[in-house]
Design a protein around this ligand. Structure first.
Ligand code: PHE
Length: 336
């Protein structure tokens, strides 16, 4: 009977291991461990036919086998039920697919890239400078005295005395001229920071793109012609450009540059837009050239600073500047 028990045990363990689901295991439980007709119970029932000396050891072996099989069955049941939901999940065709995220260029960066490509074809190089800068680079070297309103704490984000988040990309003009002799033709895109209220047309952090040209014999005609050429390449050949007198401490004369575009309406008719201001610009003030050690009798130049987010608003008909800076994928995902 001990041999019979051993055989039963091996057979049962083998069957449990092969079982695939809870139903099959339940049938095996009844077959081996069932109270009435189970095979192990059958052995126990036959104990009576043994001699009193044999009975205790065979009885103990049968109980051990019963306990071992009950545990093995429980373990296997745990395995098959844990495996099942996994399989079902893998096969659930009603779930929405997991889409791959595909990144795209931010609409403001797209504008910067497009502006850059035009100036690159005109012979400009790319330059950059730090976002944390000193009063010297941000104001003083740019001919802006520290009592100028732009340098006021109301307008500028100071980090420490004399150290601030740059309020425009113009300090890159100074840094470039300090490092390189003329001729200079650069474009410098980057973030700038001002103490502005966050509203539909202002954000305290925004992108600018700076342009600077310095060489012998550079005139106001070069300045106007290059910017007009840029505007026509960027917005189309019908684009008109207007230079309005203005003031910046680092340019003289200074101008605000406006464009009037021709847009094609849905019904196919062409329509002129209003004048829209796109940049501040002007002829580089000789004092700025003196500050970097250039000979201001020999060299002249012009510069501009443009806000690509404004340009992106015009391009896409977006009315609220904040949308570009809130990282809402539903919005940004439309500009791929
Ligand atoms: N730095 C000026 C601004 O941020 C723009 C500018 C750049 C004007 C270069 C003239 C020349 O308002």
């Amino acid at each position: 009977m001990i041999d019979e028990l051993r055989r039963l045990r091996e057979e049962a363990l083998d069957a449990f291991a092969k079982a695939r689901d809870a139903g099959e295991l339940e049938r095996l439980r009844v077959r081996y461990l069932g109270r009435k007709d189970g095979l192990v119970s059958g052995v126990l029932r036959r104990l009576g036919s043994l001699s009193p000396q044999e009975r205790p050891s065979v009885g103990a072996a049968a109980n051990r086998a019963k306990k071992l099989l009950a545990e093995a069955l429980q373990d296997r049941l745990g395995e098959v039920t844990a495996a099942r939901p996994e399989t079902e999940r893998a096969l659930d065709l009603t779930l929405p697919p997991r889409r791959k995220w595909r990144g795209s260029i931010h609409p403001v960066s797209q504008v910067i890239d497009d502006i850059w490509r035009i100036f690159e074809s005109l012979g400009f190089a790319r330059a950059r400078g730090p976002e944390v800068d000193t009063e010297w680079y941000n104001f003083v070297a740019l001919n802006t005295p520290l009592d100028h309103p732009a340098a006021d704490e109301q307008d500028t984000l100071y980090l420490a005395p004399g150290l601030l988040l740059r309020s425009h990309t113009s300090p890159v003009q100074i840094r470039t001229m300090e490092r390189y002799p003329p001729p200079i033709r650069i474009m410098a895109p980057g973030m700038v920071y001002r103490r502005d209220t966050y509203d539909a047309t202002h954000t305290p952090a925004f992108a600018q793109i700076e342009g600077l040209v310095v060489d012998e014999g550079v005139t106001f005609v070069d300045f106007k012609a290059t910017l007009a050429e840029f505007a026509r390449r960027f917005w189309g050949p019908g684009t008109q450009v207007r230079f309005r007198p203005s003031f910046f401490p680092f340019t003289e004369p200074s101008a605000e540059v406006d464009v009037k575009r021709v847009i094609v309406r849905e019904d196919g008719r062409e329509e002129e837009t209003d004048w829209i201001e796109i940049m501040g610009a002007g002829m580089v003030d000789p004092a700025v050239l003196d500050n970097v050690g250039y000979d201001s009798e020999r060299y002249t130049g012009w510069a501009f600073g443009m806000g690509p987010a404004r340009v992106a608003m015009l391009r896409h008909g977006v009315r609220d500047l904040r949308l570009f800076y809130e990282n809402d994928m539903r919005f940004l995902g439309q500009f791929t």
